[in-house]
Design a protein around this ligand. Structure first.
Ligand code: 2P0
Length: 355
């Protein structure tokens, strides 16, 4: 029997991936840059076990068991072929290696996979990214697959390829039709911006109305603004972001992160019918951040600016320098007080961005 347990944290994009040039093997229209969070917080944990004594494939997701009959259905429907794609891709690469002469046996054994997330699924918090990255990495370990795994993770869920690595990560869109150059690469370590904290403001932990995959497709098909984003603005912004990261220019990092989130949501609104992810609460959080930054700018305190970014949902991800995290939390609590049944400690939780 061989067992591997892995964890993969969620990643938050500061230059957003929105739109595909190939839906089948998931090739994006633009490069994206993200921050992979701390290993212990907001992560997926997956255990993969193979054994000659297993009589069927089994899968558990957040405690729900899917037995062998449902396994294939699950592969095809629930994860909409992406899990099976990852499974097949890893096994295909493994079968080429036939590691230590034992890999052939392992490939014939049944597999048990157990996966849990410690954060709300499908709430626009990149749950799928952590889940697939973790699954691909664990499968890769079990079958002894070496080399880049981000291209396999990418085929499960685009943003998953970025969760393979820690710290700041760039996913290159690539130029080739077969996707072999559409890979993620680390660009800066987790502590690049020291003592950085992430605050996730959960405005709504329910499922989003339009999933990212459908939303992206509709945007590519209908938005003229998207053409401008893909051909011009996001290309320029990505290079500016690389420079800001290289120079550790926090103020510019903040401005570019905010600008790209707003542009992504602008193209979502330019989609027909519009994809509306941000709510009044989301806009109130964004407005609060701008007011906060105006004070910091007026005081010449640019290193303590805060930035927000929103994925395909209403929840704000705030990047906050550690020195002002208490101040920002206090401001959030005062502006958005917890309801009578909510305890303030559970209500607002700061998450270390660095491991
Ligand atoms: C991102 N999002 O860069 C962007 C920002 C959502 C908004 O990557 O269709 O779940 O499976 O490739 O990876 C969410 O997209 O979509 C995403 P698919 P995925 O983080």
């Amino acid at each position: 029997m061989k067992t591997i347990t892995c964890t993969a944290p969620v990643n938050i994009a500061v230059i957003k991936y929105w739109g595909k040039r190939d839906e089948k093997i998931i090739l994006p229209l633009n490069d994206s840059i993200s921050f992979t969070l701390n290993q212990d917080e907001m992560c997926a944990r997956t255990t993969v076990a193979v054994s000659p004594s297993f009589t069927e494939d089994r899968f558990w997701l957040n405690g729900n068991s899917y037995c062998s009959v449902l396994f294939a259905v699950f592969l095809l429907l629930v994860y909409s072929i992406v899990l099976s794609r990852a499974y097949i891709s890893v096994r295909r690469r493994a079968s080429k290696r036939k590691l230590e002469g034992s890999i052939e046996d392992i490939l014939n054994w049944h597999v048990h996979i157990c996966s849990v997330n410690n954060f709300p699924t499908a709430a626009g918090l990149a749950s799928s990214a952590a889940g697939y990255a973790c699954l691909v990495y664990a499968l890769g370990q079990v079958y002894g697959v070496e080399g880049d795994l981000s291209s396999i993770a990418r085929q499960g869920s685009g943003s998953a390829c970025r969760s393979i690595y820690g710290g700041l990560v760039r996913w290159y869109k690539g130029e080739l039709d077969d996707g072999t150059d559409s890979v993620a690469q680390p660009i800066a370590p987790p502590d690049h911006f020291p003592n950085l904290r992430i605050i996730i403001c959960v405005a709504n932990a329910g499922r989003k109305k339009t999933g990212s995959t459908d939303g992206m497709r509709q945007t590519v098909q209908t938005s003229r603004l998207m053409e401008y984003r893909v051909k011009e603005s996001v290309v320029t912004r990505t290079e500016a972001m690389m420079e800001a990261i290289q120079d550790k220019n926090w103020s510019t990092f903040c401005d570019l992160t905010i600008a790209d989130s707003n542009e992504m949501h602008a193209v979502c609104l330019d989609t027909f019918p519009p994809c509306v992810y941000m709510t009044d609460t989301s806009h109130a959080v964004a407005s609060l951040v701008h007011q906060y930054n105006e004070v910091k700018i007026a005081r010449g305190d640019l290193n303590h600016k805060v930035c927000y970014t929103f994925d395909a949902g209403p929840n704000a991800c705030l990047f906050v320098p550690g020195a002002v995290v208490k101040e920002v939390l206090a401001l959030l609590l005062r502006t958005f007080p917890p309801g009578p049944s909510q305890s303030p400690t559970e209500y607002v939780k700061g998450i270390p961005a660095q491991s």
